[in-house]
Design a protein around this ligand. Sequence first.
Ligand SMILES: N[C@@H](CCC(=O)N[C@@H](CS)C(=O)NCC(=O)O)C(=O)O
Length: 212
Amino acid sequence: MKLYGYWRSTAAYRVRIALALKGIEFDNISVHLVKDGGEQFKPDYVALNPAKLVPTLVDGDVVLNQSMAIVEYLEDKYDNNPLLPSNIGDKALVRALAQDIGCDIHPLNNLRILKYLKGELGVTDEAKDQWYAHWIQTGFAALEEKLTKTAGKYCFGDTVTLADLCLIPQLYNAHRFNVPLDDFPRIRQIEANCGELAGFIAAAPESQPDAT
Ligand SMILES: N[C@@H](CCC(=O)N[C@@H](CS)C(=O)NCC(=O)O)C(=O)O
C-alpha cells in the first residue's frame, strides 16, 4: 500500500492516523506541495490524481483520492479498531461531524485557495489570515455546540472515530496560523485526549520523514 501525501497536508494526516490506528504498513511517498511550484502538478502525479491534491492511496489496482473515502476503504478492508460505529444512526452522525470539518471548513482554507486570494485577488497577508481564522472559528463554533450532545473523551463518545481523524489535523492548521481557540473548550479537550494515543502521535506532521 502506498500513500502519496505531504507532512503538512491535513487530508493526508487523516489517512495517516487511520493507517496508524489500524496498524497497517504502508509506503509514505512525499508529494511536496510547495517545492518547485508544487509536485502535485507534475505529470506523473496528475496521472494518478487529476485533482492535483493529496492524498492518493494506491493499493494494488485500487487508486483512490478523497481522504474520507480512503479512510472508509481502509475501514471496510481492515475491521480492527473500527472508526465508524455499527449503528446506522450513529454512523451517519459521525460522518456528519467529519464532513462539518472536511467539507465546510478545510476546503475554504486549502493552499490553492490561499494562493488564489493572495495572487489573483491581491488580498493582503492580514486579510488572508482573517479569512483563514474566520472559517475555522465559524466551523468550530457549530462543532463545539454539536459536541455537547455527542462527545465523551472523543468527538463521539469514548471511542476514536472518523470525526477525530478530521478534527485533529484541522486543529494542527489552526495552531499553525495562530487562530484563537479559547471559545472551544470541548474541542481542545478532545485534542488533548487524542494527543495521548500512539496512533495520533505517529501520524503527526512533525513525525513524518518529509517534515522540514
Ligand atoms: N477533499 C480532499 C482535499 C484534498 C486537499 O485539499 N489536499 C490539499 C492538502 S490538505 C492539497 O493537496 N493542496 C494542494 C494545493 O492546494 O495545491 C480530501 O479530503 O482528500
